[in-house]
Design a binder for this molecule. Structure first.
Ligand code: GLU
Length: 482
């Protein structure tokens, strides 16, 4: 059975690229009847952000990309775990001594060593190497310290790290599913720190140990990690672990071809949620940034993506995240929605704008929603588009000029007359109202509709006029005519 994982670090928020990584892991796991895990990689304590784990889980859940195993939230919003391979938060695994056990085993077997070099010494070495035009890397001084001596120094309270002992001049080779065969010589690699001075493992060590212990079969992650993979490959060998399949995904780029970043772009999932994108639309579009289905369809539900997904059709180079395209996809989803569902989603925006009250009747809310369903591409757009219904609007200066004053006056009179005949502007009345005004005034087509729209909405174009009449109601129409 395949087992895939998403393993974010809780450094603040879920990046849109991270969501895509999670999604591809999810799609592949589901397609193959496997499991999708969520593990938290929090061994870099300096980058830990309070509340970030909850936020990650919350955004994944919102997007519909939920894990089968690992970290989740209970009904009170507290972090909890499901599954047999826990803990799934790395700092909790540190406390259990999981990483140290493997690090010590590597030392015993000659694959790793204690290193006592101070930061000052390491800096000096690096600076000298740079000055000599060499690539800075650890010079291996502590490789020569025997295990016995090292243990004495540790007992004396000296600070230390544990480093991987790379063999000289060996090609490390692996096959990436997307990028193909990758070869790096150990002479171009550094003796990676495995356990830091604070006793915590580095990402590189913890990721290998955990992916093994959690039975991960496919590692699917961003290609910023591809240069680290040779270290991991060597660790798999040193630890005697079976290697998983590696899949490195192309970066999510902005329109200028740069990595999507919080500084220049909306880059967090939360940004998009707050802007009123639908989760189904966001993941649909996001899946297409770097992957295309064989069917070339652009609108795919999560289930359809599960069926059609394949790594073969993931591109090698970066995918551009185009917000205009996302808007288009989002608009498609809004159009397809049941009005009653959409009404629930737009309601908070209309309430916040002061256009409607919390206790608005369902029928009226749905009428308002329906009126703008075809024209909004994001939920909050309904506020600007419907403003003319709830606030006094200035009539566009040119809107009435095209018909002479007399024409407008006749129209107003006839409308008022027709209004006086009706009790209430309900759906049926609204639908038949313009026909009546047409008959009474003798105006039709543009001579009728444009001035009426201008009188009531300030503009000559807009959504379905009978909906507008019904929403405004008899009293408000009269007031506007006056
Ligand atoms: N913790 C790493 C990150 O935040 C995970 C990388 C990986 O998937 O191996 O990107």
């Amino acid at each position: 059975m395949v087992r895939l994982r998403f393993a974010p670090s809780p450094t603040g928020y879920l990046h849109i690229g991270g969501l895509r990584t999670a999604l591809y892991n999810y799609l592949y796991a589901k397609q193959n009847g496997g499991k999708f895990l969520l593990r938290i990689e929090d061994t870099d304590r300096t980058r830990y952000v309070e509340g970030a784990i909850e936020n990650l889980i919350h955004e994944l859940k919102w997007a519909g990309v939920e894990a089968d195993e690992g970290v989740c939230l209970d009904e009170n919003g507290k972090i909890t775990e499901v599954g047999e391979c826990g803990p799934y938060i790395q700092s909790e695994r540190v406390e259990k001594g999981i990483y140290n056990k493997y690090a010590e085993e590597l030392i015993e077997r000659g694959y790793a060593y204690y290193c006592f070099c101070s930061k000052e010494r390491l800096d000096d070495v690096k600076n000298q190497q740079k000055a000599d035009g060499k690539i800075p890397r650890y010079d291996g001084l502590c490789r020569g310290v025997s295990i016995e001596d090292a243990k004495k120094r540790i007992a004396n309270g000296e600070s230390y790290v544990i480093r991987l002992k790379l063999p000289e001049n060996r090609d490390i080779v692996f096959e990436d599913v997307i990028k193909g065969k990758i070869t790096i010589n150990t002479n171009d690699m550094d003796d990676q720190v495995l356990i830091k001075a604070d006793g915590f493992p580095t990402y590189h060590f913890a990721v290998v140990v955990d992916d093994h212990l959690m039975g991960i079969t496919h590692i699917v992650r961003g290609d910023e990690w591809i240069s680290s993979t040779p270290k991991h490959i060597y660790l798999y060998e040193a630890l005697g672990f079976e290697k998983p399949t590696f899949v490195h995904l192309p970066t999510v780029l902005n329109k200028s071809g740069k990595k999507l970043s919080k500084r220049n772009d909306d880059a967090s999932v939360e940004d998009f949620r707050l802007k009123g994108y639908l989760p189904e639309a966001l993941i649909n579009y996001l899946a297409l940034v770097g992957w295309s289905p064989e069917s070339n369809e652009e609108i795919l539900s999560l289930d359809e993506m599960v069926k059609q997904f394949s790594f073969d059709r993931v591109s090698k180079s970066g995918g551009v995240f185009d917000v205009d395209k996302l808007d288009w996809v989002n608009a498609q989803y809004i159009r397809k929605m049941e009005v009653s569902e959409l009404a629930k989603l737009v309601k908070p925006y209309l309430v916040k704008a002061g256009f409607i009250k919390e206790d608005i009747c369902e029928k009226r809310l749905e009428l308002i929603t329906k009126t703008f369903q075809e024209s909004i591409s994001r939920l909050p757009e309904i506020v600007e588009q419907s403003r003319f219904l709830f606030e006094d609007v200035a009539v566009e200066p040119d809107a009435l000029k095209m018909r002479n004053v007399e024409h407008i006056e006749i129209l107003k009179e006839k409308m008022k007359e027709e209004l006086s005949q009706i009790e209430e502007m309900d759906e049926e009345t609204a639908k038949g109202f313009m026909k009546k005004v047409q008959k009474a005034s003798g105006f039709k087509g543009k001579d009728l509709y444009m001035p009426v729209r201008a009188l009531l909405t300030g503009q000559v174009h807009g959504p379905e006029l009978s909906n507008i009449l019904e929403i405004l109601g008899k009293g408000e129409i009269l007031r506007r005519l006056e």
